[in-house]
Design a binder for this molecule. Structure first.
Ligand code: SAM
Ligand code: SF4
Length: 324
């Protein structure tokens, strides 16, 4: 459907759990608030919301979290969402720690893409930034996913004085292994508020100094706001998701469903519609609630403004709680 600013909203990111087996420093360094399973949408409820959203023109779903693969039965949910009439594409975002166990099933389901987060190729730095993660597990998952023929993308968050020296190595994964590597600017949400990210303008400038043949790539790579560049003859491309330096709100096509059932029209603000009460009603009532929530989508984020009246944040929940 079209929102109040003429944007076509056709993509929903669905967080199926707040929990995670890692503790990334910019996401949930101290873990997340314990909520009982009773507060978390059941798979049946998530499917019902996806079906209602499909009736409004949402045709692409991203399964995210927290870490989706820590929730039991996640594969069955993906299979069921994939089967919903009107849903053309289902993808998943994961830290890759246990993905290797699910690759065959994801392939059999016909998953449309797997995004794997990887910020560094140094095992100690990986363990540090993820709060104990094992680099070799994520790297193995990336290899297996690509080898299985799944559309595999790597998401990399760069931080000043932490991994900026790895820009070329990370970008090199795209040229050497044929997978897309996307640099994502850290957003001031949750723990990311105190991280020192790097502007993608700078990342692109540095990459072009090293590889002057890096050219804009207009072929379609996915659902979202990433802008891609490619080198002649290279199989993989470099993507830039620049919510801060390249504000893309006028093209924003997405809403988010939190694991507790809030439909959140913009990442920046805490506002949203709790869909749980509507789950007790009819499908039409649920659909109407989703439509109304989409019409509440603001024109743009305000991450670039200072909010002196508060503690500077506009969204206090963690990225893992709102389905980053
Ligand atoms: N656990 C999965 C993962 O790490 O891919 C899925 C959930 S995680 C919240 C989704 C994505 O959000 C990851 O690529 C992660 O790096 C990114 N992320 C987390 N905090 C962020 C922040 N403050 N700004 C930008 N991206 C963030
Ligand atoms: Fe977990 Fe992903 Fe957040 Fe890292 S970014 S703590 S892997 S949810």
């Amino acid at each position: 459907m079209t929102d109040n600013y003429g944007r076509k909203i056709d993509y929903m990111r669905v967080s199926i759990t707040d929990r995670c087996d890692l503790r990334c420093r910019y996401c949930m360094p101290e873990g997340c608030e314990k909520v009982s399973m009773a507060q978390i949408l059941t798979y049946e409820e998530i499917e019902r919301i996806c079906r209602a959203a499909a009736g409004l023109g949402i045709n692409r779903i991203k399964i995210t979290g927290g870490e989706p693969f820590v929730r039991l039965g996640c594969i069955d949910l993906i299979r069921n969402i994939k089967a919903i009439n009107g849903i053309d594409e289902v993808t998943v975002t994961t830290n890759g720690q246990t993905l290797d166990r699910y690759i065959n099933e994801l392939k059999e389901i016909g998953i449309d893409g797997v995004n794997i987060s990887l910020d560094t190729l140094d095992p100690e730095k990986f363990a540090y930034i993820t709060g104990g993660g094992k680099l070799e597990r994520t790297v193995r998952s990336i290899g297996l996913s690509a080898a299985a023929g799944l559309k595999t993308k790597v998401n990399c968050l760069l931080q000043r004085s932490f991994n900026e020296d790895e820009i070329f190595d990370m970008a090199g994964l795209a040229f050497e292994h044929g997978i897309d590597v996307r640099f994502i600017e850290i957003m001031p949400v949750g723990a990311g508020y105190s991280s020192r990210g790097i502007s993608n303008d700078e990342v692109l400038r540095r990459l072009r100094e090293r590889w002057p043949d890096l050219e804009p790539d207009s072929s379609v790579h996915g659902n979202g706001p990433a802008v891609y560049y490619r080198r002649e003859g290279a199989a993989g491309a470099i993507g830039f998701i620049s919510a801060l330096s390249g504000k893309f709100c006028s093209d924003c096509n997405r809403v988010r469903l939190t694991s507790q059932g809030q439909l959140k029209p913009c990442l920046c603000y805490e506002a949203g519609t709790d869909l749980r009460p509507y789950l007790a009603g009819t499908d039409d009532e649920l659909k109407e609630a989703i439509r109304a929530a989409i019409l509440e989508k603001p024109e743009e984020h305000c991450f670039d403004e200072k909010h002196f009246e508060d503690d500077g944040r506009t969204e206090h929940r963690l990225m893992s709680q709102i389905g980053g």
